[in-house]
Write a protein that binds this ligand. Structure first.
Ligand code: CP
Length: 315
Protein backbone atom coordinates (compact mmCIF):
# COMPACT_ATOMS: atom_id res chain seq x y z
CA UNK A 1 0.00 0.00 0.00
CA UNK A 2 1.03 3.59 -0.51
CA UNK A 3 1.24 5.25 2.93
CA UNK A 4 1.56 8.99 3.57
CA UNK A 5 3.21 9.54 6.94
CA UNK A 6 2.91 13.00 8.52
CA UNK A 7 5.45 13.69 11.27
CA UNK A 8 4.46 16.36 13.78
CA UNK A 9 6.77 19.07 15.03
CA UNK A 10 7.01 17.06 18.24
CA UNK A 11 8.40 14.15 16.22
CA UNK A 12 11.26 16.45 15.17
CA UNK A 13 12.23 17.84 18.60
CA UNK A 14 13.11 16.39 21.99
CA UNK A 15 10.58 15.68 24.74
CA UNK A 16 10.83 19.28 26.02
CA UNK A 17 10.15 20.68 22.55
CA UNK A 18 13.79 21.75 22.07
CA UNK A 19 14.94 21.89 18.47
CA UNK A 20 18.74 21.87 18.68
CA UNK A 21 20.31 20.06 15.71
CA UNK A 22 21.14 17.05 17.89
CA UNK A 23 17.53 16.89 19.17
CA UNK A 24 16.19 16.92 15.62
CA UNK A 25 18.65 14.30 14.38
CA UNK A 26 17.80 12.01 17.32
CA UNK A 27 14.05 12.47 16.81
CA UNK A 28 14.38 11.86 13.06
CA UNK A 29 16.15 8.56 13.81
CA UNK A 30 13.16 7.37 15.86
CA UNK A 31 10.76 8.42 13.11
CA UNK A 32 12.77 6.69 10.40
CA UNK A 33 12.71 3.42 12.36
CA UNK A 34 8.93 3.58 11.87
CA UNK A 35 9.38 4.29 8.15
CA UNK A 36 11.79 1.35 7.80
CA UNK A 37 9.19 -0.88 9.49
CA UNK A 38 6.65 0.13 6.86
CA UNK A 39 9.15 -0.51 4.05
CA UNK A 40 9.90 -3.95 5.50
CA UNK A 41 6.17 -4.65 5.30
CA UNK A 42 6.38 -3.78 1.55
CA UNK A 43 4.53 -0.46 1.79
CA UNK A 44 5.46 2.55 -0.35
CA UNK A 45 6.09 5.49 1.98
CA UNK A 46 5.75 9.21 1.38
CA UNK A 47 6.81 11.46 4.25
CA UNK A 48 5.76 14.95 5.21
CA UNK A 49 6.65 16.86 8.36
CA UNK A 50 5.75 19.84 10.52
CA UNK A 51 7.99 22.86 10.97
CA UNK A 52 6.34 24.92 13.71
CA UNK A 53 9.26 24.93 16.17
CA UNK A 54 11.87 25.34 13.42
CA UNK A 55 10.21 28.14 11.44
CA UNK A 56 9.59 30.09 14.66
CA UNK A 57 13.27 29.77 15.57
CA UNK A 58 14.26 31.14 12.15
CA UNK A 59 12.04 34.19 12.69
CA UNK A 60 13.74 34.86 16.01
CA UNK A 61 17.15 34.68 14.30
CA UNK A 62 15.85 37.13 11.71
CA UNK A 63 14.89 39.59 14.44
CA UNK A 64 18.13 39.24 16.41
CA UNK A 65 20.31 39.69 13.31
CA UNK A 66 18.22 42.35 11.58
CA UNK A 67 20.83 45.09 11.98
CA UNK A 68 23.59 42.90 10.58
CA UNK A 69 22.14 40.77 7.74
CA UNK A 70 18.88 41.27 5.83
CA UNK A 71 15.86 39.48 7.32
CA UNK A 72 14.05 37.07 4.99
CA UNK A 73 10.26 36.63 4.79
CA UNK A 74 8.32 33.82 6.41
CA UNK A 75 7.85 31.85 3.17
CA UNK A 76 11.66 31.83 2.78
CA UNK A 77 11.97 30.54 6.35
CA UNK A 78 9.46 27.78 5.52
CA UNK A 79 11.48 26.78 2.46
CA UNK A 80 14.63 26.63 4.60
CA UNK A 81 12.92 24.24 7.03
CA UNK A 82 11.92 21.95 4.15
CA UNK A 83 15.53 21.72 3.02
CA UNK A 84 17.01 21.25 6.48
CA UNK A 85 14.49 18.73 7.77
CA UNK A 86 14.55 17.00 4.39
CA UNK A 87 18.24 16.21 4.56
CA UNK A 88 18.05 15.31 8.28
CA UNK A 89 15.27 12.80 7.53
CA UNK A 90 17.12 11.38 4.49
CA UNK A 91 20.33 10.88 6.50
CA UNK A 92 18.39 9.20 9.32
CA UNK A 93 16.54 6.94 6.88
CA UNK A 94 19.80 5.93 5.18
CA UNK A 95 21.27 4.96 8.58
CA UNK A 96 18.18 2.92 9.50
CA UNK A 97 18.05 1.17 6.13
CA UNK A 98 21.77 0.29 6.33
CA UNK A 99 21.24 -1.38 9.73
CA UNK A 100 18.36 -3.43 8.32
CA UNK A 101 20.07 -4.24 5.02
CA UNK A 102 17.35 -2.54 2.93
CA UNK A 103 18.34 -0.78 -0.30
CA UNK A 104 16.13 2.22 -1.05
CA UNK A 105 16.88 5.75 -2.19
CA UNK A 106 15.18 8.86 -0.86
CA UNK A 107 14.61 12.40 -2.10
CA UNK A 108 13.43 15.60 -0.40
CA UNK A 109 11.37 17.91 -2.56
CA UNK A 110 11.05 21.65 -2.05
CA UNK A 111 7.28 21.89 -2.42
CA UNK A 112 5.00 24.87 -3.08
CA UNK A 113 1.34 24.88 -2.10
CA UNK A 114 -1.32 27.17 -3.52
CA UNK A 115 -3.53 29.17 -1.15
CA UNK A 116 -6.22 31.80 -1.77
CA UNK A 117 -5.02 35.40 -1.43
CA UNK A 118 -8.29 36.32 0.30
CA UNK A 119 -8.23 33.39 2.75
CA UNK A 120 -9.54 34.37 6.21
CA UNK A 121 -6.34 32.88 7.64
CA UNK A 122 -4.45 36.02 6.58
CA UNK A 123 -6.61 38.25 8.78
CA UNK A 124 -7.07 35.82 11.70
CA UNK A 125 -3.69 34.22 12.56
CA UNK A 126 -4.10 30.72 14.08
CA UNK A 127 -0.87 28.78 13.52
CA UNK A 128 1.34 28.51 16.64
CA UNK A 129 5.06 28.56 15.86
CA UNK A 130 8.37 28.73 17.72
CA UNK A 131 9.07 28.73 21.42
CA UNK A 132 6.78 29.30 24.38
CA UNK A 133 7.33 32.40 26.49
CA UNK A 134 5.97 33.66 29.82
CA UNK A 135 3.06 36.07 29.39
CA UNK A 136 5.04 39.19 30.37
CA UNK A 137 7.70 38.55 27.69
CA UNK A 138 5.07 37.72 25.08
CA UNK A 139 3.21 40.97 25.78
CA UNK A 140 6.34 42.98 24.96
CA UNK A 141 6.37 41.33 21.51
CA UNK A 142 2.65 41.97 21.12
CA UNK A 143 3.43 45.67 21.73
CA UNK A 144 5.88 45.39 18.78
CA UNK A 145 3.08 44.19 16.48
CA UNK A 146 3.33 40.41 16.78
CA UNK A 147 0.33 38.19 17.57
CA UNK A 148 0.79 35.87 20.56
CA UNK A 149 -1.77 33.79 22.43
CA UNK A 150 -2.03 31.91 25.69
CA UNK A 151 -1.34 28.21 24.95
CA UNK A 152 -1.99 26.94 28.49
CA UNK A 153 0.49 25.58 31.01
CA UNK A 154 3.53 25.86 28.69
CA UNK A 155 3.00 29.60 28.26
CA UNK A 156 2.32 31.91 25.33
CA UNK A 157 3.21 31.22 21.69
CA UNK A 158 3.38 33.35 18.56
CA UNK A 159 0.63 32.71 16.00
CA UNK A 160 0.85 33.52 12.30
CA UNK A 161 -1.40 33.38 9.25
CA UNK A 162 -2.36 29.85 8.22
CA UNK A 163 -4.44 29.75 5.02
CA UNK A 164 -6.17 26.63 3.75
CA UNK A 165 -4.02 24.55 1.35
CA UNK A 166 -5.77 24.39 -2.06
CA UNK A 167 -3.32 22.61 -4.38
CA UNK A 168 0.09 20.96 -3.97
CA UNK A 169 1.75 22.68 -6.91
CA UNK A 170 4.73 20.32 -7.07
CA UNK A 171 2.78 17.09 -6.53
CA UNK A 172 3.58 15.84 -10.08
CA UNK A 173 7.29 15.86 -9.22
CA UNK A 174 6.57 13.96 -5.99
CA UNK A 175 4.53 11.36 -7.90
CA UNK A 176 7.31 10.92 -10.49
CA UNK A 177 9.84 10.28 -7.72
CA UNK A 178 7.50 7.84 -5.93
CA UNK A 179 6.87 5.95 -9.17
CA UNK A 180 10.65 5.78 -9.69
CA UNK A 181 10.96 4.00 -6.34
CA UNK A 182 12.16 6.84 -4.10
CA UNK A 183 11.01 7.36 -0.53
CA UNK A 184 9.90 10.96 -0.94
CA UNK A 185 9.89 13.72 1.67
CA UNK A 186 7.53 16.42 0.40
CA UNK A 187 5.35 19.38 1.37
CA UNK A 188 7.15 19.96 4.68
CA UNK A 189 5.43 22.49 6.93
CA UNK A 190 2.30 22.09 4.79
CA UNK A 191 4.14 23.49 1.76
CA UNK A 192 5.57 26.90 0.95
CA UNK A 193 2.44 29.05 0.64
CA UNK A 194 1.96 30.66 -2.76
CA UNK A 195 -0.79 32.71 -4.39
CA UNK A 196 -1.47 33.11 -8.08
CA UNK A 197 -1.30 36.69 -9.38
CA UNK A 198 -3.88 37.98 -11.89
CA UNK A 199 -1.28 37.42 -14.67
CA UNK A 200 -1.07 33.72 -13.68
CA UNK A 201 2.40 33.88 -12.10
CA UNK A 202 3.07 32.47 -8.64
CA UNK A 203 4.48 34.33 -5.66
CA UNK A 204 5.33 33.16 -2.14
CA UNK A 205 3.32 34.65 0.75
CA UNK A 206 4.04 35.02 4.45
CA UNK A 207 2.17 32.24 6.26
CA UNK A 208 2.58 28.73 7.67
CA UNK A 209 0.14 26.11 6.42
CA UNK A 210 -1.13 23.50 8.87
CA UNK A 211 0.94 20.45 8.01
CA UNK A 212 -1.87 17.99 8.82
CA UNK A 213 -4.23 19.68 6.36
CA UNK A 214 -1.36 19.83 3.84
CA UNK A 215 -0.73 16.12 4.46
CA UNK A 216 -4.37 15.24 3.72
CA UNK A 217 -4.17 17.09 0.40
CA UNK A 218 -0.77 15.58 -0.46
CA UNK A 219 -2.08 12.08 0.37
CA UNK A 220 -5.06 12.58 -1.94
CA UNK A 221 -2.94 14.11 -4.69
CA UNK A 222 -0.29 11.38 -4.62
CA UNK A 223 -2.79 8.52 -4.52
CA UNK A 224 -1.99 7.30 -1.01
CA UNK A 225 -4.32 4.62 0.34
CA UNK A 226 -3.51 5.34 3.98
CA UNK A 227 -2.80 8.65 5.71
CA UNK A 228 -0.97 8.28 9.03
CA UNK A 229 -0.75 11.29 11.33
CA UNK A 230 2.03 10.55 13.82
CA UNK A 231 1.74 12.33 17.14
CA UNK A 232 2.80 11.89 20.78
CA UNK A 233 -0.19 9.80 21.88
CA UNK A 234 -1.25 6.35 20.59
CA UNK A 235 -4.92 7.31 20.02
CA UNK A 236 -7.31 10.22 19.72
CA UNK A 237 -9.22 10.31 23.01
CA UNK A 238 -12.72 11.49 23.89
CA UNK A 239 -13.35 13.00 27.33
CA UNK A 240 -9.58 13.67 27.50
CA UNK A 241 -8.35 14.14 31.09
CA UNK A 242 -11.59 12.88 32.66
CA UNK A 243 -11.96 9.63 34.67
CA UNK A 244 -13.98 8.04 31.86
CA UNK A 245 -11.57 9.11 29.06
CA UNK A 246 -11.90 6.75 26.08
CA UNK A 247 -9.16 6.14 23.50
CA UNK A 248 -10.75 5.68 20.09
CA UNK A 249 -9.84 2.55 18.13
CA UNK A 250 -11.55 1.79 14.81
CA UNK A 251 -14.17 4.45 14.05
CA UNK A 252 -16.13 5.55 11.01
CA UNK A 253 -15.51 9.00 9.67
CA UNK A 254 -19.06 10.06 10.64
CA UNK A 255 -18.50 8.90 14.23
CA UNK A 256 -15.24 10.86 14.41
CA UNK A 257 -16.87 13.96 12.89
CA UNK A 258 -19.61 13.72 15.54
CA UNK A 259 -17.01 13.64 18.35
CA UNK A 260 -15.32 16.68 16.78
CA UNK A 261 -18.64 18.56 16.54
CA UNK A 262 -19.11 17.77 20.24
CA UNK A 263 -15.89 19.72 20.98
CA UNK A 264 -13.86 16.67 21.99
CA UNK A 265 -10.61 17.68 20.23
CA UNK A 266 -8.58 20.81 21.04
CA UNK A 267 -7.94 23.31 18.26
CA UNK A 268 -4.26 23.64 17.43
CA UNK A 269 -3.47 20.09 18.62
CA UNK A 270 -5.76 17.05 18.06
CA UNK A 271 -8.41 19.12 16.23
CA UNK A 272 -6.50 19.62 12.93
CA UNK A 273 -5.32 15.99 12.97
CA UNK A 274 -8.90 14.75 13.25
CA UNK A 275 -10.02 17.18 10.53
CA UNK A 276 -7.17 16.05 8.26
CA UNK A 277 -7.89 12.31 8.51
CA UNK A 278 -11.64 12.94 8.08
CA UNK A 279 -11.03 15.00 4.92
CA UNK A 280 -8.78 12.27 3.53
CA UNK A 281 -11.24 9.44 4.24
CA UNK A 282 -14.21 11.46 2.93
CA UNK A 283 -12.53 12.44 -0.33
CA UNK A 284 -10.71 9.18 -1.15
CA UNK A 285 -12.45 6.32 0.65
CA UNK A 286 -9.03 5.43 2.06
CA UNK A 287 -8.04 4.87 5.70
CA UNK A 288 -6.87 7.56 8.10
CA UNK A 289 -4.76 6.74 11.16
CA UNK A 290 -3.81 8.82 14.19
CA UNK A 291 -1.18 7.19 16.38
CA UNK A 292 2.28 7.42 17.94
CA UNK A 293 5.48 6.60 16.05
CA UNK A 294 6.03 3.31 17.88
CA UNK A 295 2.55 2.04 16.87
CA UNK A 296 2.67 2.92 13.17
CA UNK A 297 3.25 -0.49 11.61
CA UNK A 298 0.54 -2.07 13.80
CA UNK A 299 -1.80 0.84 13.08
CA UNK A 300 -1.39 0.54 9.30
CA UNK A 301 -2.29 -3.15 9.72
CA UNK A 302 -5.41 -1.99 11.60
CA UNK A 303 -4.25 -3.38 14.96
CA UNK A 304 -3.48 -0.17 16.91
CA UNK A 305 -4.14 3.56 17.01
CA UNK A 306 -7.27 5.42 15.98
CA UNK A 307 -8.16 3.96 12.58
CA UNK A 308 -10.72 5.97 10.63
CA UNK A 309 -12.65 4.21 7.89
CA UNK A 310 -15.43 5.32 5.51
CA UNK A 311 -18.96 5.23 6.89
CA UNK A 312 -20.84 2.33 5.24
CA UNK A 313 -23.70 3.30 2.93
CA UNK A 314 -26.80 3.75 5.06
CA UNK A 315 -24.58 3.89 8.17
N1 CP B 1 3.39 23.57 9.69
C1 CP B 1 2.99 22.86 10.79
O1 CP B 1 1.79 22.56 10.98
O2 CP B 1 4.00 22.51 11.66
P1 CP B 1 3.85 21.77 13.09
O3 CP B 1 3.08 20.51 12.88
O4 CP B 1 5.27 21.53 13.54
O5 CP B 1 3.15 22.75 13.99
Amino acid sequence: MRVLLALGGNAMTNADGRARPEDQIEAAQVAMAAVAGLLEDDHEVVITHGNGPQVGNLLVKNELAAGVVPPVPLDWCGAQTQATLGFVLMDALDRELAVRGIERRSAALVTRTLVDADDDGFTHPTKPIGRHLPEAEARVLVDHGETWEDRGEKGWRRVVASPEPREILDAPAAVALIEAGFVVVANGGGGIPHVRRPDGSLVGVEAVIDKDLGAALLARTTGAEVLVIATDVPNAVVRWGEPDAEPLGRVTVDELRAHAADGQFASGSMGPKVDAVCRFVETTGGTGVITSLDQITAAVAGDAGTVVVPTPLGG
